[in-house]
Design a protein around this ligand. Structure first.
Ligand code: MN
Length: 254
């Protein structure tokens, strides 16, 4: 087998300590190429930049900075920048957790999902405490997981979302995506020109308690590994919705 090629991206930007730690930990496993946003792009989900061209600057050997999103980076890397298809894409290590409903906002998860759209196995890694500056345990775990994924592969259209607690993790468990009760806190104030501004607040929501969830695992000091699928169809709702089809065809919903 050829030396594995691993693409690394993130949403905290190419200079963030998390991506540096991740790339360093993965290097013993193969050739590591970093293609990441040139600045912080958190909460951009999987958005692609379509309205202006992208630039990729090679800032070090095997490190490119792109003026775009994580999904842009993965797209550009897979289609143009890498000489061959990567065997694995790893996105992170994000500063702050990406659990529950946050997987829909997360640029870290968006980067990994973009790779899965291209048929490349991928996972996202987040350090679930913004105040934590030691990325060592998360990087070591990412390397261990990367080795397993390179060896065993992942199911089709599936990515792994990994969240690592602060401090020294006591173990690792496979979890389900948790859920929040959204409180929708928005700060309101006046700007210097006395116009009203609104600022969406993060992380004020209540988590729904679920022993199997990512958030429960992390709160218990465990590394959480959630398999996510790209198909978000609610299969259990299909039968009910199909019962509406006749009314929708008539153009006369009852
Ligand atoms: Mn981030």
């Amino acid at each position: 087998m050829d030396t594995p090629l691993i693409l690394v991206t993130n949403d905290d930007g190419v200079h963030a300590p998390g991506i540096r730690a991740l790339a360093a930990a993965l290097r013993p496993l193969g050739d590591v190429e970093v293609v990441a946003p040139d600045r912080e792009m958190s909460a951009c989900a999987q958005s692609l930049t379509l309205k202006h061209p992208l630039r990729a600057e090679r800032i070090e050997p095997s490190v490119h900075a792109v003026d775009g999103t994580p999904a842009d980076c993965v797209n550009l890397a897979l289609v143009k920048l890498l000489g061959r298809p990567p065997d694995l894409v790893v996105s992170g290590i994000n500063s702050g957790g990406n659990m529950g409903d946050d997987v829909f906002y997360s640029g870290t998860v968006g980067g990994a999902r973009e790779a899965v759209f291209f048929g490349v196995p991928a996972f996202a890694v987040s350090l679930a405490a913004r105040a934590e500056t030691d990325f060592g345990p998360a990087a070591a775990f990412a390397a261990k997981l990367a080795g397993l994924v390179l060896e065993k592969g992942l199911p089709e259209r599936t990515l792994l979302n990994v969240n690592v607690p602060a401090g020294r993790p006591v173990g690792a468990v496979v979890t389900v995506q948790g859920r929040r009760e959204h409180e929708g806190t928005i700060l309101e104030g006046l700007d210097p020109r006395r116009r009203t501004y609104y600022w969406i607040e993060e992380g004020r929501d209540r988590w729904v308690s679920d022993d199997l969830s990512d958030i429960h695992a992390v709160r218990s000091g465990l590394i959480s590994i959630t398999p996510l699928q790209t198909d978000t169809t609610h299969h259990g709702a299909l039968a009910t919705l199909r019962g509406w089809e006749a009314a929708l065809r008539d153009g006369q919903p009852k």
